[in-house]
Design a protein around this ligand. Structure first.
Ligand code: ADP
Length: 350
């Protein structure tokens, strides 16, 4: 078990944390966003649920993130019944910069506004001495990339996914993306590594979990990135890596790459080519090849996401209905096994 600083010494209270002291909030949210309340140019965070630290028991480390470490934990939900819930606790590294802490807090604020079955549920924040912990629903299946890779390394192919299972994964993510498209949020980092699974069974749900790069585009329909930052080039559309333009249609491009990851059991897009080569290839019109586990109709969907002109790419709403149709077709093919007539009695006709 990890040793955590006692809360009694805490100098931090939720109301004392102000985002605008860390960074320019407008870089992240437009003032037109009706999901947030503004006061004197500041965003109000008084609706952020605070989970008293004593209701949390933190145990083993389950992962490392961009900001810090992720732990497994138990949260007592209601005091009278003492109902417990398995949670994931995200921390920000001690001594990290104010910008990092602000980004971390912004991710909490963003997640707290979402409510969708395919977006990881945000339960609240807990205060640690001068720091904040993010409490999320626990996703026992781990991340999608690791899950797919493990299946690929299974030499006996006993755990091969069916096309319908893969389509279900795509549909889960498309569902979350349709929701984000409707509320005008660009995610900017749709990829298998950022999706988590509720379990390792085939009936699991896939949820988008990481919102570190998400931006609100209300009022402009796109977000223009200025300055340099580490960006996931292999998942990025040409307008994103060339002009820093991000929109729901650039998320559609990344979603196409995510579909490719699913059907190729998490191969690295563009293999060993370096990022500069990848950019050159994309600008020349080259695209990822059809994975062997994928039928042409599914590959066509990926290719529609990779149209050079964002306007020609489908919306997530279109993608979702297209994927649902493909799933139905695949399901009916499975059930189209030849009928076997059994002669019950010797002289019966059938
Ligand atoms: P990053 O911000 O670097 O993308 P995260 O901090 O979101 O990464 O997560 C790092 C790792 O911690 C994930 O790959 C996953 O293994 C684990 N993890 C994160 N959130 C959860 C969760 N809600 N449930 C279970 N495991 C999680």
């Amino acid at each position: 078990p990890v040793k955590w600083t006692a809360l009694e010494n805490s100098e931090t209270t939720l109301s004392s944390i102000s985002l605008s002291t860390f960074c320019n909030i407008e870089e992240f949210l437009t003032k037109k966003n009706p999901n947030y309340e503004w006061y004197n140019g500041r965003i109000l965070n008084n609706k952020l649920i605070e989970i008293p630290r004593e209701k949390l028991t933190i145990s083993n480390k389950i992962g490392s993130g961009a900001f810090g470490e992720v732990y497994s934990g138990i949260m007592v939900q209601d005091f009278p019944t003492k109902k417990c819930r398995h949670v994931a606790v995200k921390s920000v590294l001690q001594g990290s910069s104010e910008k990092t802490r602000a980004d971390f807090f912004l991710e909490a604020l963003t997640l707290s506004k979402f409510s969708h079955k395919n977006i990881v549920e945000f339960l609240g924040v807990s205060l640690e001495k001068n720091s904040i912990l993010l409490i999320l629903e626990y996703m026992s299946g781990g991340d999608l990339k690791t899950y797919l890779k493990r299946l690929r390394s299974d030499v006996n192919n006993e755990t091969d996914l069916k096309a319908v299972d893969m389509l279900n994964m795509c549909i889960d993510v498309a569902n979350a993306c349709t929701y984000l498209e409707q509320i005008q949020f660009v995610h900017r980092d749709i990829a298998a590594r950022n999706c988590l699974l509720t379990s390792k069974q085939t009936d699991m749900l896939v949820k988008i979990a990481d919102f570190g790069l998400a931006r609100d585009i209300i009022g402009s329909n796109y977000y223009r990135k200025t300055g340099s930052a580490m960006l996931p080039v292999r998942w990025m559309s040409p307008e994103s890596f060339s002009e820093g333009m991000f929109s729901s249609k650039s998320d559609v491009w990344s979603f196409g790459v995510l579909m490719w990851e699913i059907f190729s059991y998490a191969q690295t897009p563009y293999g060993t080519d370096n990022n500069t080569t990848v950019v050159t290839l994309i600008l020349k019109g080259q695209r990822l090849q059809q994975p062997s586990a994928c039928k042409p109709a599914i590959y066509d969907v990926m290719c529609s996401c990779w149209k050079t002109d964002p306007v020609e790419r489908p919306s997530f709403q279109d993608l979702l209905s297209h994927l649902e149709t493909l799933k139905q077709i695949h399901q009916s093919e499975i059930h189209k096994t030849p009928k076997i007539y059994v002669r019950q009695k010797k002289y019966n006709t059938y």
